[in-house]
Design a protein around this ligand. Structure first.
Ligand code: UDX
Length: 440
């Protein structure tokens, strides 16, 4: 690998687009690749095709510097770069709980066909089942001799993607013994490492597992507190106070201990399912059997919210109008993959309610996925004529919403706070019946 390093990033979704822009920001010449010509056109024009705070400014800056370009041709990337980051999706397989590896395999085979240069490095970033890196390394050594493979899992959170990429908590390098991969990765991340980021260098299966283990732990922490919320509901306890009280134990900590409608998104749900599927294939299914319960607890929060709304509407939602605040799987994102908010909204719609949804960023995506739902331009429009308001994604805008802004337009003053971020006293003072998850 020669100086200066030239980098390609394959896949320009939430992960890849951010990675390409941040690598250019670090000073490298970067080419981003995607099969979707629409995405490439928008990125080339300086437009980020999804909602990610801070990314668009950085994209434009690096396009202007001439360091960053985009293409739909994997062959261009294969010949233009020395280090190739694979950032394509590994969604849940349509027919099973396993990860669908077709995009990763297509990226690698496209790079091989495009003529990878000997001495170049392919770096996997996608979340994959254990054993994938070894399989791809064997494939490369057969089809592209002299090309190395490394696994460098990505832990970025949507909404904080730029910061998480430029200032990560840690870097994990999965490499094979011998070879130059570790040294090359140290060159790629030199300035990030110089800023004090710890590096953990491991073998391939450990690198693959670090990612799924981290996500399994986070999902478990959320489902733990949501399980406590279920117990709070039958004892009259308040899960928000319980969570706060246990969080002062530094061994427990307060992050990811927020009870509510539970987790969604493109990572946690499918990752815990794929982890179970892979562990089962390898004969260690029992070790992660508890993740089935983590998944079940998470999905029960959605059912509970539907039940609470149905009860509040007198046992039948037919002909009732339901206003839903939030569509994205979490705030500061337009991502609706496995969104708990939309799952609840759509269940109520199917049960006969008229459902109107408002979200500050995710409506275009929601509209494509759930065309039967009604979409409003703001919270007041969504709530107009509503018999119940459901707060299902905790955007700051909703926390700051004055109850009186809705009081005049609703047909009944009932709100379910599915995220435990509204102020119950404020809503009750305005004459509302306030329900929450895990609170009396
Ligand atoms: C997650 C991981 O955090 C990240 O490290 C990994 O690389 C990809 O998956 P992301 O999907 O962007 O990132 O979302 P995150 O911010 O982790 O939130 C996940 C879900 O958990 C959201 O639906 C959120 O609403 C929910 N959540 C989070 C809770 O319900 N309670 C909490 O206390 C925290």
């Amino acid at each position: 690998v020669v100086d200066p390093l030239r980098i390609s990033v394959i896949g320009t979704g939430y992960l890849g687009a951010t990675h390409a822009v941040c690598m250019a920001e670090l000073g490298f010449e970067v080419i981003g690749v995607d099969v979707d010509p629409g995405k490439i056109k928008r990125l080339t024009a300086g437009e980020v095709p999804f909602f990610e705070p801070g990314l668009e400014e950085l994209l434009r800056k690096n396009l202007e510097s001439g360091r960053l370009s985009f293409t739909t041709s994997l062959a261009d990337a294969a010949s233009a770069a020395d280090v190739h980051f694979v950032c394509v999706g590994t969604p849940q397989h349509p027919e099973s709980n396993s990860a669908d590896m077709r995009y990763v395999d297509a990226a690698v085979s496209g790079l091989i066909a495009g003529g990878l240069r000997p001495g170049s490095l392919v770096v996997g970033k996608s979340t994959v089942p254990a054993g994938t890196a070894a399989r791809l390394a064997a494939w490369l050594s057969e089809q592209a001799p002299g090309v190395e493979l490394a696994w460098n899992p990505e832990f970025l959170r949507e909404g904080f993607a730029v910061d998480d990429t430029l200032r990560p908590d840690r870097l994990v390098f999965g490499v094979a013994p011998g070879g130059n991969a570790e040294a090359t990765l140290h060159r790629v991340y030199a300035s990030v490492i110089a800023a004090g980021t710890p590096v953990v260098t491991v073998d391939y299966p450990t690198a693959e597992l670090v990612k799924v283990a981290a996500n399994a732990f986070l999902a478990t922490k959320i489902s733990f507190i949501n399980a406590m919320a279920e117990v709070c509901e039958v004892t009259g306890a308040d899960v928000t106070h319980l969570s706060k009280a246990i969080s002062y134990d530094t061994r427990i900590g307060g992050r990811f201990l927020h009870a509510g409608l539970g987790f969604g998104g493109g990572c946690l749900p499918k990752d815990i399912r794929a982890f179970q599927a892979r562990a089962t294939e390898l004969g260690a299914g029992q070790a992660v059997a508890f993740l089935a319960e983590v998944d079940a607890i998470n999905l029960r929060r959605r059912t509970r919210t539907v039940t609470l709304a149905t009860e509040a509407l007198g046992g039948d939602v037919t002909g009732k109008k339901v206003a839903v605040l939030g569509a994205a799987f979490k705030p500061n994102s337009d991502d609706i993959r496995d969104s708990p908010a939309l799952a609840v909204a759509d269940t109520l719609r199917k049960a006969g309610a008229t459902v109107a949804v408002y979200d500050p960023a995710a409506i275009p995506n929601a509209q494509r996925a759930y065309p039967e739902i009604i979409y409003a331009d703001n919270a007041v429009d969504a709530a107009t004529g509503a018999h119940i308001v459901l707060h299902l994604t905790e955007w700051t805008e909703f926390r700051e919403l004055a109850p009186n802004a809705l009081t005049a337009v609703v047909a009944a003053r009932t709100i379910i706070d599915g995220r435990n971020t509204l102020n119950p006293a404020q809503w009750r003072a305005a004459g509302w019946t306030y329900h929450a998850l895990g609170r009396p």
